[in-house]
Design a protein around this ligand. Structure first.
Ligand SMILES: [Zn+2]
Length: 145
């Protein structure tokens, strides 16, 4: 995780996760279980697609698990195309994340990390304040929340 950072603030985490092109890693501090998700805004801007990394290829090995709609940012809905079940750990982990963030809280017993790339455009973050927030300076101006 080059220049990665752990979120401590729910507002920053929400902005990052729903930035449009985010990769977020959740780590259970109880079990050590760790999952990396891609949260990508649809081209029409109407929903986010959520996938989880399931292979060794950090770019290609993502498995689609569900969608989040702007009207219900605390809920990840499964669709027919979802490749994992309701009770799978990656689905439960991401659902817990968005539900707690929507309530304005950081999850308990779970670390939320970014990998050092902007949550909106995916470019590498270099400025310390951007590394802290997970959003690059130019994208921060465009993301009003
Ligand atoms: Zn950016």
């Amino acid at each position: 995780m080059e220049n990665g950072a752990m979120f401590t603030d729910a507002t920053d985490a929400v902005r990052f996760v729903f930035g449009g092109n985010a990769r977020v890693t959740l780590v259970s501090t109880k079990t050590g279980a760790r999952y990396t998700y891609r949260v990508a805004l649809a081209k029409d801007g109407k929903l986010w697609f959520v996938s989880v990394l399931t292979g060794a290829d950090n770019e290609g090995d993502y498995t689609y698990i569900g969608i989040v709609r702007p009207a219900q940012p605390g809920v990840m809905a499964m669709t027919k195309a979802s490749k994992m079940t309701d009770d799978s750990l990656p689905v439960r982990g991401f659902r817990y994340l968005v539900a707690t963030l929507a309530a304005g809280l950081m999850p308990l017993n779970m670390e939320v990390w970014h990998e050092g790339r902007c949550g909106r455009c995916g470019r590498a973050l270099t400025v310390p304040t951007s590394i802290a927030s997970g959003i690059g300076p130019e994208c921060a101006l465009r993301l009003v929340s």
